[in-house]
Ligand binder design. Structure first.
Ligand code: SAM
Length: 221
């Protein structure tokens, strides 16, 4: 029996299929196309590919923001000089903000599909660049990041009731999620607090969380 195609679409695909969502960005795409004075087919022909096709589906399902590369190509096409194009990074910021602001559907509360994430995640057991820990079972921070991105909305709260050296807390904060950690051993509690509090110093300048990670509130029982 074939599956209901509606159930096979991710929550994000469903959002992008709904012409009432992303109204400003869709309208911007409409204005851009009007400034080009071309049909979608003509744009495809002018670009030599169909990568802008979904950007100009502003009035229907399967709308998508173009990639930066394709956007740059679109900017080179002749257009009405009265039209002032917006920078792609600005469009992307708005797109990401809107994407996160729409309520996800029930199904996505458990596990949202992401490229490369399936029921079985294969990952190196080495904790990588964040492995500044003597705890005997420290987990790789990037692995926790994959799980957090897949199960918790940006701005949501991650609870690790067996915090150990705080790898999950580090991952939560790297992903812009709030974090509550509980650990019974003083030694590991202090190490976790230290690793999480020092995270900002380890981040490269351009990391999206740089400067946004504040110190933890610490309570002791
Ligand atoms: C497997 S380790 C966690 C490792 C951690 N996820 C990491 O990556 O560093 C489990 C931790 O839970 C702590 N623990 C065990 N029982 C606990 C309890 N009842 N309350 C709080 N922490 C506990 C242990 O001290 C240990 O550090």
């Amino acid at each position: 029996m074939s599956k209901d195609p509606d159930q096979q679409r991710s929550p994000l695909q469903k959002l992008l299929d709904d012409p009432t969502k992303f109204p400003n960005l869709r309208d911007y795409a409409r204005q851009f196309q009007a400034a080009l004075g071309m049909t979608r087919g003509q744009v495809n022909k002018a670009l030599g590919h169909q990568k802008a096709e979904h950007f100009f589906r502003w009035d229907r399902a399967q709308w998508r923001l173009v990639t930066e590369k394709t956007y740059k190509q679109l900017l080179k096409l002749p257009r009405d000089p009265a039209f002032e194009p917006r920078p792609w990074t600005e469009l992307k910021t708005e797109y990401d903000r809107l994407k996160d602001s729409y309520p996800k559907e029930e199904e996505s509360r458990f596990f949202e599909y992401q490229k490369g994430v399936t029921e079985v995640i294969t990952h190196s057991t080495v904790a990588g660049q964040w492995h500044n820990s003597d705890h005997p079972t420290t987990k790789p921070v990037p692995l926790a990041q994959i799980l957090i991105r897949s199960t918790c909305r940006p701005g949501g709260v991650i609870l690790d009731a067996f915090m150990g050296s705080g790898s999950v807390g580090m991952a939560a904060r790297l992903e812009g999620r709030k974090f509550i950690g509980i650990e019974k051993e003083r030694q590991w509690f202090d190490l976790a607090t230290q690793r999480i509090n020092n995270l900002d110093d380890l981040l490269p300048k351009k990391h999206p969380q740089k400067g946004k990670i504040t110190s933890l509130d610490v309570s002791q029982m």
